[in-house]
Design a binder for this molecule. Structure first.
Ligand code: SAM
Ligand code: SF4
Length: 329
């Protein structure tokens, strides 16, 4: 089995967007109560006393929308200053970033992923479920602020949905040409909005690569990240193009991560509905850290080597109703 040293930490399950594929408007989600959220202090204690001793060194803050979490800058500072933290990153929708980029950078954050599914404000608003004043410009300002402040790598996450934003594949890929930005196409997964998935389905990465290849040419890149992306480059581009193909390829044998939900449940796999560990309750009940370390080690042994296709007997119709915002995407 792969070395598992990467923890994705959800800071909260709420969000200021309502992305069609994640937590669409009208979806009835049971939000975590405030008192059930791990506090910053509890989170840092779990990292120091449990995850780091067990071998975790790389951390990503996500959600929901992590920048909505009160005290996120202090939390970044605390985690970045742990001696054993090799890598700290955040995944955000970027809407609050214009005002927060500098503070996050000053607190020690260097790596950032910002979701951007469209360059067209109308399409963007449709995807994120916004009916008021367009939110595209504020999000774009956030991306530019992150660039100006010096985040490196700066990655842009794109989910392509047929009939919604698939006409923009080349325009989004072109963002990697003039700036050192890394555009990552994530195949749409049957997690969250099952109706949209069944209606629209997903586009294999190879098809997207074919379109990009025929426009500019495409070569494999030697830039590697912590994750499962296959990385390519448009010739002479400053940035790269990553393809995360969890639907068309199985990369479970390369999986190096676990997920901690905002209320302290540790999950060995995105698809796991069993085999979880309630660290928050154990911590609040005063369970010894040594026991928690053993439980995490046991859970590591359970880390499955399955993917969507195997799990659904190749039918690709299985839908996982917990949303990415709840799991900590
Ligand atoms: N709110 C932040 C954001 O959007 O970047 C962080 C959390 S969000 C759940 C993390 C990533 O999961 C986003 O890039 C989003 O596009 C992706 N995501 C959510 N639901 C997905 C789905 N059903 N299939 C593929 N990607 C999904
Ligand atoms: Fe919010 Fe991110 Fe989910 Fe969109 S993908 S609804 S921004 S958590």
């Amino acid at each position: 089995m792969n070395v598992v040293d990467y923890l994705r930490i959800s800071l909260l399950d709420r969000c200021n967007f309502r992305c069609q594929y994640c937590m669409p408007e009208g979806a009835e989600l049971d939000y975590i109560l405030r008192q059930e959220l791990l506090t910053n202090k509890e989170l840092v204690a779990l990292l120091q006393e449990v995850f780091i001793p067990v071998g975790f060194k790389k951390f990503r803050l996500t959600g929901g929308e992590p920048l909505l979490r009160p005290g996120v800058v202090n939390l970044v500072r605390d985690i970045a200053s742990l001696n054993e933290t090799e890598d700290l990153a955040i995944t955000t929708n970027g809407f609050l970033l214009a005002d927060m980029a500098q503070a996050l950078y000053d607190a020690g954050l260097r790596r950032i992923n910002i979701s951007l599914d469209s360059l067209d404000p109308q399409t963007f608003d449709k995807i994120i479920g916004n009916r008021g004043r367009s939110r595209w410009e504020q999000t774009w300002k956030g991306i530019l602020a992150a660039h100006r402040v010096g985040f490196d790598p700066l990655k842009l996450n794109v989910v392509i949905i047929p009939g919604v934003n698939d006409a923009e594949v080349e325009d989004l890929a072109a963002l990697s040409i003039d700036r050192n930005w890394h555009v990552r196409f994530i195949e749409f997964m049957p997690i969250g909005n099952g109706e949209l998935f069944q209606d629209r389905t997903w586009i294999p990465s190879e098809e997207l690569r074919g379109r990009i290849r025929s426009k500019w040419g495409l070569m494999e890149s030697n830039v590697r990240g912590n994750g499962p992306a296959d990385v390519f480059q448009i010739p002479d581009a400053k940035g790269t193009l990553g393809f995360i193909s969890q639907m068309s390829e199985c990369f479970c044998d390369r999986c190096n991560r676990m997920r901690l939900s905002a209320d302290g449940w540790l999950r060995p796999c995105l698809l796991n509905e069993t085999g979880q560990l309630d660290l928050k309750t154990a911590l609040r009940n005063g369970v010894d850290f040594a026991i928690l370390r053993d439980r995490v080690r046991q859970l590591l042994q359970l880390k499955p080597e399955i993917n969507f296709k195997q799990r659904d007997n190749g039918s690709k119709t299985g839908i996982y109703t917990r949303t990415m915002s709840q799991i900590g995407g």
